[in-house]
Design a binder for this molecule. Structure first.
Ligand code: ZN
Length: 424
């Protein structure tokens, strides 16, 4: 008789488990789009990793549970991978709801700026907040994300825009990682916008960023990624290249906000520096899509933002998918251009605005988003060996989740093998 597999968490008798039986194994970028709902399944986990997935009727024969094993009744539930939100600006202070209304009423970005709005308003608010205040405000938001099924989240700095306040934001992100029960990935984004006081000498600002800020942040292990807003009104391609190369020299992996407003070479730069992801891509054309094919750069689309900004044009997801690109989606949650909370509403918008199927949206919000954080081999799918990041939904198909926008179908959230949220 073969030895039984030891488990300290069991999800028993699920209506179905959602699996991605595609050739995505290993560290290469994923291909294929298949999603399968396997009926009458159980899942066993040990030490935070999935150790067994199989028919519910075979579980007792194959699994030996520890004395303190946690049992979750899966009856009537579907198990899907925990959502990976690979692009957020979740740490900020206050709100900009008045700007939202101004925009809806037809005011232009310049008029909003003239009324003291825009990113620089968030910069002032961050600088005026203490680390403690920022932590508590952000922790509340992160709990809302967790309740929506998010088990991994990337959070960027970028509203400090001086070294002291960028470090303050990154320390808040580290505290969120330590005190909340999900995986938090920190990104340094000192190159979010050129601060008001440095507009006249932007090249000197970039030099300071490369030679002082990045080494300091890397030395304190405060960030995994280094992100830059490559855009006419922010950093040009030459400046972005300097910033991303400086990050690489200090062990920070590159990410880019590219082609959001105009195509100035952000995608070419992403491919050239080997960025983990290129995000937004609202204006990316066929040449950009060809450039991204087989590049290893994960195209990350943010349909919440283009919706919130009332854009008539959205990112060309269909053309990307048809070109074989592993499209990821993320929330881009931030105080100015996207206030949507949680993963399922973003999947709804991916369907409505980007014309993705429910399966494409699900895989984009889990496995492909995991690749966008360079975690494609560890999280983002229900598979033996991966982290036990699983969400149970009260539905008979994963398709109900984006379809019933605004409804809460999330029953239980399991992060690294531990139930961290339950609806009861
Ligand atoms: Zn962003």
């Amino acid at each position: 008789m073969t030895e039984k597999i030891v488990a300290d968490l069991v999800i028993h008798a699920l209506n179905a488990a959602v699996l991605f039986p595609t050739p995505y194994r290993g560290r290469g970028t994923p291909v294929g789009w298949s999603v399968v709902e396997q009926r009458d399944m159980s899942i066993a986990s040990h030490d935070g990793h999935i150790v067994w997935i199989g028919p519910a009727c075979e579980m007792t024969d194959q699994i030996r549970v520890t004395t303190d094993c946690a049992f979750i009744n899966g009856q009537g539930r579907i198990a899907i991978p925990g959502f990976v939100d690979s692009h957020t600006h979740l740490v900020y202070a206050g709100d900009r709801s008045d700007e939202f209304e101004m925009r809806v009423r037809g005011k232009t970005y310049l008029e909003i700026m003239a009324a003291n709005g825009g990113i620089l308003r968030s910069v002032k608010a961050i600088r005026a907040s203490s680390e403690d205040e920022l932590f508590h405000e952000s922790a509340q938001r992160l709990w809302k994300m967790i309740k929506s099924g998010v088990t991994t989240i990337e959070i960027k700095s970028g509203y400090g825009l001086d070294l002291e306040n960028e470090i303050k934001m990154l320390r808040v992100i580290r505290r969120l990682a330590n005190e909340l029960p999900v995986r938090v990935i920190p990104t340094f984004m000192g190159a979010h916008v050129i601060p008001a006081e440095r507009q006249s000498d932007s090249d000197a600002f970039v030099t300071e960023l490369c030679e002082i800020w990045i080494p300091e942040i890397a030395k304190s292990c405060l960030a995994s990624f280094n992100d830059v807003f490559t855009e006419n009104k922010a950093f040009n391609v030459a400046q972005s290249l300097r910033i991303l190369e400086a990050g690489k020299r200090h062990g920070l992996k590159p990410k880019i906000h590219a082609d959001e407003i105009s195509v100035i070479g952000g995608v070419d730069l992403a491919v050239e520096v080997g960025a983990t992801s290129a995000d937004h891509l609202l204006k990316t054309d066929d040449a950009g899509i060809t450039r991204l094919a087989n590049s290893g750069v994960i195209p990350t689309l943010l349909p919440g933002t283009s919706t919130f900004l009332m854009e008539s044009h959205h990112a060309p997801a269909r053309a990307m998918i048809e070109a074989g690109l592993p499209v990821a989606i993320a929330s881009d949650h931030n105080p100015g251009s996207c206030q949507f909370f949680g993963a399922s509403i973003i999947q709804t918008l991916a369907m409505l605005q980007l014309r993705m199927s429910a399966a494409e949206a699900l895989i984009a919000a889990t496995l492909h988003a995991a690749f966008a954080l360079d975690l494609g081999a560890e999280i983002g799918a229900i598979e033996v060996g991966r982290s036990t990041d699983i969400v149970l939904i009260d539905a008979n198909s994963y398709r109900l989740l984006p379809y019933r926008a605004g409804d809460s179908l999330i029953e239980t959230v399991i992060s690294r093998g531990i139930p961290v949220y339950s609806r009861e």
